[in-house]
Design a protein around this ligand. Structure first.
Ligand SMILES: Nc1nc2c(c(=O)[nH]1)N[C@H]1C(S)=C(S)[C@@H](COP(=O)(O)OP(=O)(O)OC[C@H]3O[C@@H](n4cnc5c(=O)[nH]c(N)nc54)[C@H](O)[C@@H]3O)O[C@H]1N2
Ligand SMILES: Nc1nc2c(c(=O)[nH]1)N[C@H]1C(S)=C(S)[C@@H](COP(=O)(O)OP(=O)(O)OC[C@H]3O[C@@H](n4cnc5c(=O)[nH]c(N)nc54)[C@H](O)[C@@H]3O)O[C@H]1N2
Ligand code: SF4
Ligand SMILES: [Mo]
Length: 683
């Protein structure tokens, strides 16, 4: 039997067709509208992931971290949690309970119910890790034109790929880029690293890591001063253009080019192509995230879209038409309790059902007890002991907790700090609506195609069980998850049954372009805010970088001669972050982690392929083998990402900093840091 559902083995959320035999998943393949389909090795190994012998299939419990876990019944695990929570509530108050979400359970409906549980318990502290993922960029888009835009490369004549590597991370987008390129679209890549797309691009700007803001401002300057901007769009639909022109006039192109480490001529060439080829889209990505300037750099890129009038046109950057799901988060119930993200008010307010993704604040609250101590932590679908910046600090914080409860399919490094692990079902064993299918007008159900293995349960169901056990069951009146989802769907007139009858998805409404002509933009002024009053009112630059580039955005500047800029490694398509390295078939595709170094640097340091290197920063060290490669330029090394689950010596986040952050989005730099490189034999 074949069934259509959504794969959630990574955040790409691809539609897939799954083959089921006697109730078992035997095979799966992506469904794509493009002829040249990209094969996903993770999906090809879905069976090996789902039926892995390492799955946690019963609740695990231990009273103290020095004991081994023992298998217990759901009832015993839930009673243990309820008892702990009762104690925390009476000693510290409900706000000392927090829930930290990784991205694997999805940030659509499963996020809503996690927030609802925490609100019902009286805590505002449901945090995601979006400050290092796309949410920091999303705030910048939202502050500029009301929503994060969706690039439309298929119909574009010019595609700018800015810090994104969709060949490995979002196959359908990669297929669309290849489709457009074959039909003559110009492709421009902005990336410090050689990638699949930089190799096929018409132009590749090999930017200095973390200096995207300077490049975007240089492009804006050229587009404005050469009169390439869309005068009609700017005049009718933007505020702050004159102020921007003044800021740009004061910037020196030579200085900007030096900052970005790209000569002036190619910047001019790219600005002219982007400024004169319509429609054009900019695909911005995680290369800009995890930087301490992410907010203003992204704002500058958003302004480029506005200057060229490429917003909400076919082949440009589309303003999404979100599906009107009911807001079930109950955040009003805790609106008078300050969250641990107190110092980042823009984050809290930018969206009604989104936000609070400044995970670093959680660690502050545990360690410094500011604004109050956090003592109890749920970790749902995340591995923060490896994936958060400055792993040493994170682990020290986790040791101070009175209780940590994980909701996961597997044990991981974070389990070393856990008292309870609740067994989660895989994406094929549960029904939910993902964020990718809520934020725009096309809706598709991630429907259960096999029964949950062992005693595992879907993430939403686990939240329902917790609610009952923790005495807030009255807020969860639904008998089943599907009943709850139907309730959320009420404003749309759709039902889960209807979505099941149309597993290939439903257009809730057809995409409408240039919606701003009749509706304006969802900003306070109703226009594109090149100048943002909201930022001015809170002492942030209302125009990006209007007070200059205040500091080198790379961590650990000025601390001795560290020598190299370290950057975070490729997301290879056989793994998702720290996941799947124990799946033999996937491990065979990428066996061990490497540090990439440019051939000229290797020669200077007299090191060669296979040598064992130590990379260190003031925070810690990693040790990996060397692979000499021109994927990076001189002075930059790239350190493999996600391997910290296999060995502490391979944990990139032992190198990163979590103290210096973007002042609006709380983003530390996991991407770029100065570091020292030594050959181990020499030590
Ligand atoms: N296979 C796989 N797919 C995934 C994931 C996974 O772990 N594995 N993770 C998912 C998640 S949660 C996310 S957030 C997405 C992220 O997906 P992407 O946005 O594609 O992110 P990355 O591949 O990390 O980085 C994109 C590019 O940014 C470049 N880059 C690095 N530093 C800079 C810089 O300073 N400036 C610029 N301009 N570019 C830079 C990198 O060299 C890389 O080519 O992928 C999702 N999909
Ligand atoms: N230095 C550096 N740091 C980074 C990054 C980087 O590139 N460099 N990337 C950053 C980014 S963009 C992100 S999004 C984060 C990712 O950070 P995390 O979300 O912490 O990363 P994962 O390793 O994907 O951990 C996911 C966990 O969820 C479990 N899981 C999988 N599916 C399910 C499910 O359906 N339900 C439940 N309950 N559990 C499930 C997995 O077994 C795994 O333990 O890391 C960030 N940190
Ligand atoms: S890219 Fe991600 S969502 Fe798509 S099929 Fe592969 S693992 Fe699944
Ligand atoms: Mo992410």
């Amino acid at each position: 039997m074949k069934k259509i559902t959504v794969c959630r083995l990574c955040s790409a959320c691809c539609p897939v067709e799954v083959e089921i035999n006697n109730g078992e998943l035997v095979n799966a393949r992506r469904i794509t509208p493009f002829e040249k389909a990209i094969v996903c090795p993770k999906l090809a190994n879905a069976k090996n992931i789902v039926y892995s012998k390492d799955r946690v299939l019963k609740p695990l419990l231990r009273e103290t971290l020095s004991e081994d876990f023992r298998e217990v019944s759901w009832q015993e695990a839930l009673d243990f949690i309820a008892n702990k929570i009762e104690g925390i509530k009476s000693s510290y108050g409900a706000q000392s309970i927090a829930l930290l979400r990784g991205m694997a359970a999805d940030w659509g409906t499963p996020w809503d119910y996690a927030v609802r549980l925490m609100s019902a318990l009286g805590s505002p502290n449901t945090l995601g890790n979006g400050s290092v993922c796309f949410v920091a960029r999303e705030i910048a888009h939202t502050y500029t034109y009301g929503a994060i835009t969706i690039p439309q490369p298929k119909d574009a004549r010019c595609i700018v790929i800015w810090g994104k590597n969709d060949r490995n991370t979002l196959p359908v987008m990669a297929e669309a880029i290849i489709f457009a390129k074959e039909r003559g679209a110009k492709v421009i890549v902005i990336d410090p690293v050689k990638t699949f797309f930089s190799e096929i691009a018409d132009l590749w700007l090999r930017i200095k890591p973390a200096h995207d803001g300077a490049l975007a401002m240089a492009m804006a300057k050229i587009i404005v001063e050469e009169g390439l901007y869309d005068k009609d769009f700017v005049e009718r639909y933007c505020v702050g253009f004159d102020a921007l022109r003044e800021v740009l006039a004061k910037l020196d192109l030579g200085e900007l080019s030096e900052k970005a480490s790209i000569p002036v001529e190619p910047i001019e060439e790219v600005a002219r192509i982007y400024g004169t080829t319509k429609p054009a889209c900019i695909i911005d990505g995680n290369g800009i995230d995890m930087q301490t300037e992410v907010f203003q750099a992204t704002r500058a890129i958003c302004i480029l879209r506005a200057l060229t009038g490429n917003i909400d046109i076919q082949g440009g950057d589309f303003i999404p038409q979100p599906i009107p799901l009911l807001n079930v988060q109950l955040r009003d119930k805790v609106s008078d309790v300050p969250s641990v993200m107190l110092d980042y008010p823009h984050f809290e307010k930018f969206h009604p059902t989104w936000g609070l993704h400044g995970q670093s604040c959680l660690i502050d609250a545990i360690v410094e007890e500011k604004p109050y101590p956090v003592k109890f932590l749920f970790v749902q679908s995340g591995n923060p002991a490896v994936t958060m910046m400055d792993s040493k600090r994170v682990r020290e914080a986790f040791k101070r907790l009175e209780c940590l409860v994980m909701i996961d399919m597997f044990k991981n490094k974070t389990s070393e700090f856990a008292h309870v692990i609740l067994p989660a079902a895989s994406c094929f064993e549960k029904t939910q609506i993902n964020r990718a299918y809520i934020r725009n007008c096309f809706i598709m159900l991630q429907q259960k195609v096999i029964e949950p293995l062992g005693e595992s349960k879907g993430d939403i169901e686990i939240i329902f069980e917790l609610a009952k056990a923790l005495g807030v069951g009255e807020y969860f009146p639904w008998r089943t998850v599907e009943e709850a989802l139907d309730y959320q769907l009420e404003p749309t007139g759709l039902t889960i049954e209807e979505l099941k009858r149309n597993p290939q998805g439903i257009w809730y409404e057809k995409p409408r372009y240039k919606k701003y002509e009749s509706e304006g933009f969802k900003t306070p002024s109703g226009k594109v805010e090149i100048f943002s009053e909201r930022l001015a009112d809170t002492d942030h630059d209302p125009i990006p970088f209007m007070n200059g580039f205040l500091r080198d955005p790379i961590s650990f500047r000025g601390i001795g001669d560290l020598g190299f800029i370290g950057i975070s490694g490729e997301r290879v398509n056989c793994y998702t972050h720290t996941q799947f390295r124990k799946i033999r078939e996937l491990r065979n595709l990428d066996r061990e982690p490497f540090i990439n170094i440019n051939p000229k640097d290797a020669e200077k340091l007299n090191i060669k392929d296979g040598d064992l290197l130590r990379v260190s920063t003031p925070r810690g060290k990693v040790e990996m083998k060397l692979k000499v490669s021109d994927v990076v330029k001189e002075g930059v090394i790239r350190i493999a990402w996600g391997w910290g689950e296999e060995s502490d010596l391979w944990n990139l986040n032992y190198l990163t900093d979590d103290f210096e952050r973007d002042p609006i989005t709380c983003t530390p730099s996991g991407r770029s840091f100065y570091c020292k490189v030594e050959k181990l034999e020499d030590l």
